[in-house]
Design a protein around this ligand. Structure first.
Ligand SMILES: Cc1ncc(COP(=O)(O)O)c(C=O)c1O
Length: 365
C-alpha cells in the first residue's frame, strides 16, 4: 500500500478522454493542444502525446515544459511577457500569441522567426463565475476592437479566442461561435489559424462530439483556417483521485473525520470556487464532514455518506483531482505534499514522485 496522501492518475481513464479527443481531431481536422495551466504532470505525457498535437502555455516555464517534456507543437501565450523572458519564450515555441496589440508591437520583431497571433476577446462567454469570466467587465484578456486589430493584421497570421468555461452545452458553444463569426469573420478569413481555446467539455459522456466536429470543420472550411483546441479539463477529467487516510474522528453536533491532507493545500481550486470535493458512491447511513489537517477553520472537503462508520486508518478517495489541482498544490502549514502515483494500463500502480522535507525547505529560503 502506498503511503497517503497521494494523487493517483489512472491511465485507463485518461485514455478514455484521449480517445474522444483523437476522434474529434480526426472528424473535425482540428489540432488539440493540452493546456498546461490545467494539468502539467509530465509523467503521463508519454501516453497523451500519442493522442494530442502538443501543448499550449501561459508562461515561460510552461512553454519550456511543453517543449522539453511533451514535444510536438508548442504554443506560447501569456497575459504579458517581460523583456527579460521573451527571447527564451520564442526559443521554445512554434507559435506565439500576444494578449494585446501593445505586446505584439513591442515583441513582434523578436518573434519574427515563428508564427505570431493575437488574442481576441469576443465579449461573450459561458462563464457565470466572475472570477473566471474572460468576458467580465474591463477584462484584460484580449483585444475586441475590430478597427484596432485591422491595423496590425500585417504582423500576425492567427488568432486565439478563449471564451468557453466549463461549457457542456454544444448549443451555447455553437451560438457563441456564430457571434464570433459575425463580429470577427472578415478578419478570420485573412489569417491561417484560429485557436478556440479551452473550456469546452467535449469529452463528457453526453456531449454530441459529431455535431461539434462538423461545426468545427464547417468553420475551418468557411474561413480557410486550421483550428486549434486547447483542452485542459476535458483532457484529464475524471482520470485522477486524491487518496487520503483518516487520522482522527470526533463528534461536535456532526460526525467529523480529519484526514492527512488539506483542501487548501491539495485541492485549492475547490476552495477558491466554493465547491466541495467528490466522494463516490457517497451512499450509506453514516454521514461525515471530512476535514483537512491545516489550521484553516474552513479546511473542509465536504460532507459525504459512507456505508460504515469511519475509523482512524480508513482510506478515502476524492474524485477529479487532476485539473487545476495538482498544478496548485502548495506547502501551506507544511502539510506533507501528496506523492504522485500512476495506475498503468495493466492495473499495476507505481509511485513516480514523492516529496520530502527537503522539498519543503527548499521551496523557501
Ligand atoms: C487561453 C486558455 N486556453 C485553454 C484553457 C483551458 O481551459 P479548460 O481547462 O477549461 O479546458 C484556458 C483556461 O483558463 C485558457 O485561459
Amino acid at each position: 500500500m502506498i503511503e497517503t496522501p497521494y494523487y493517483l492518475i489512472d491511465k485507463a481513464k485518461l485514455t478514455r478522454n484521449m480517445e474522444r479527443i483523437a476522434h474529434v481531431r480526426e472528424k473535425s481536422g482540428a489540432n488539440a493542444l493540452l493546456a498546461l495551466k490545467c494539468f502539467a504532470t509530465w509523467s503521463v505525457f508519454d501516453l497523451m502525446r500519442d493522442y494530442m498535437d502538443g501543448t499550449t502555455s501561459s508562461s515561460l516555464f510552461e512553454v519550456r515544459l511543453g517543449r522539453e517534456r511533451f514535444g510536438k507543437e508548442t504554443h506560447a501565450y501569456s497575459v504579458a511577457y517581460g523583456d527579460n523572458e521573451i527571447d527564451e519564450v520564442v526559443s521554445h515555441a512554434d507559435k506565439i500569441i500576444f494578449n494585446s496589440i501593445s505586446q505584439l508591437e513591442r515583441f513582434a520583431d523578436k518573434a519574427a522567426g515563428i508564427a505570431r497571433g493575437l488574442r481576441l476577446n469576443p465579449q461573450v462567454s459561458s462563464s457565470s463565475f466572475d472570477l473566471a469570466d474572460p468576458a467580465r467587465p474591463f477584462s484584460r484578456l484580449g483585444e475586441w476592437d475590430v478597427a484596432k486589430v485591422e491595423r496590425v493584421m500585417d504582423r500576425i497570421n492567427g488568432f486565439m479566442i478563449h471564451n468557453n468555461c466549463e461549457n457542456k452545452d454544444f448549443g451555447l458553444f455553437d451560438r457563441m461561435l456564430g457571434e464570433i463569426e459575425e463580429r470577427f469573420g472578415a478578419l478570420i478569413a485573412r489569417v491561417d489559424w484560429v485557436s478556440l481555446g479551452g473550456g469546452i467539455h467535449f469529452t463528457g459522456d453526453d456531449y454530441p462530439v459529431d455535431a461539434f466536429s462538423a461545426r468545427l470543420r464547417a468553420f475551418s472550411d468557411r474561413y480557410g483556417v486550421q483550428i486549434y483546441l486547447e483542452p485542459g479539463e476535458a483532457s484529464i477529467t475524471k482520470s485522477t483521485t486524491l487518496e487520503v487516510t483518516v487520522l482522527d474522528t470526533l463528534y461536535n453536533g456532526k460526525n467529523l473525520a480529519i484526514v492527512d491532507s488539506s483542501i487548501e493545500a491539495h485541492m485549492l481550486d475547490l476552495l477558491i470556487y466554493r465547491e466541495t470535493a467528490k466522494v463516490l458512491p457517497n451512499e450509506g447511513p453514516h454521514s461525515y464532514m471530512i476535514c483537512g489537517k491545516s489550521c484553516l477553520a474552513g479546511d473542509v472537503f465536504g460532507e459525504f455518506r459512507f456505508a460504515e462508520e469511519l475509523k482512524v486508518g480508513d482510506r478515502i478517495s476524492f474524485q477529479d483531482a487532476a485539473g487545476y489541482t495538482m498544478v496548485k498544490k502548495n506547502w501551506f502549514n507544511g502539510v506533507k505534499m501528496p506523492a504522485i502515483a500512476i495506475r498503468e494500463l495493466d492495473g499495476s500502480v507505481r509511485t513516480v514522485r514523492e516529496f520530502t522535507y527537503a522539498d519543503y525547505e527548499q521551496s523557501l529560503s
